[in-house]
Each structure stands twice: as C-alpha cells, then as structure tokens.
Design a protein around this ligand. Structure first.
Ligand SMILES: [Zn+2]
Ligand SMILES: [Zn+2]
Length: 117
C-alpha cells in the first residue's frame, strides 16, 4: 500500500510562541519566559563553555543555535531532536499536543494511514 504524506508548511513553526512552548514542554522552565534568550546544555552533548550554557535559544526570533556543534534551527527542528522524530512527525506531534490544526501546505491530499502514529 502506498502512503502519501501531505506536505507540511514547516515555516509555520518558525515563531517565538512555538519556541516558548517547546522549552516549557521539554524543560518546564517557567523562568525562561521572561527572558529574551535561554541558555542550557546542548541537546547533542556539547560541554558548557566560558561559564555559559552552550545552547542559545532566542525567543525573539524563535531560533536556537549551539556554539559547540553548530546545530541550529527553529522550534520544530528542536522538538524533532528532543523527541527523536523525523521533522514531519515532529510537526504532527507538536500540533496534536497543542490541539492545533496541522499546517498542511497541500490541503486535500491526505491518504492512507499516514496520520497514524
Ligand atoms: Zn552542540
Ligand atoms: Zn548539534
């Protein structure tokens, strides 16, 4: 059976709001909310450096970057790293957990059992 996964507009996750949600869900750090930037250990195990946590999450633009391994991205790619999911499934997972509609970029092409996890 051929399963076609509808395309998702990944740019829709490129927001400060989604980034705050990821930090709150994964680390439960309420103190992070008042900040413009949040720093902590790298999700790939880079050691802290220069007294700062090496992973920098910028809530103003909804992006993260590690100064050690150089990995960078938005709320969606961070969630995919943390949950060890391919990006497409990470997007579906995030929307389900927040009970938000999945931002498909091709409405009407959902087929088969592609949405089952
Ligand atoms: Zn790193
Ligand atoms: Zn990395």
């Amino acid at each position: 059976m051929v399963t076609v996964r509808p395309l998702i507009d990944f740019k829709k996750f490129d927001t400060p709001d989604w980034m705050r949600w990821v930090v709150a869900q994964h680390w439960g750090d309420a103190k992070a909310f008042g900040r413009k930037q949040y720093r902590r250990e790298c999700v790939h195990g880079c050691p802290p450096s220069r007294g700062n946590r090496i992973l920098a999450i910028d809530f103003r633009v909804g992006k993260f970057m590690c100064h050690g391994c150089g990995c960078a991205g938005n709320a969606l790619t961070l969630w995919a790293f943390l949950m060890q999911l391919p990006v497409w499934y990470a997007a579906v997972d995030m929307c389900r957990k927040r009970q938000l509609p999945i931002p498909f970029s091709e409405p009407g092409v959902i087929r088969g059992d592609s949405l089952r996890s």
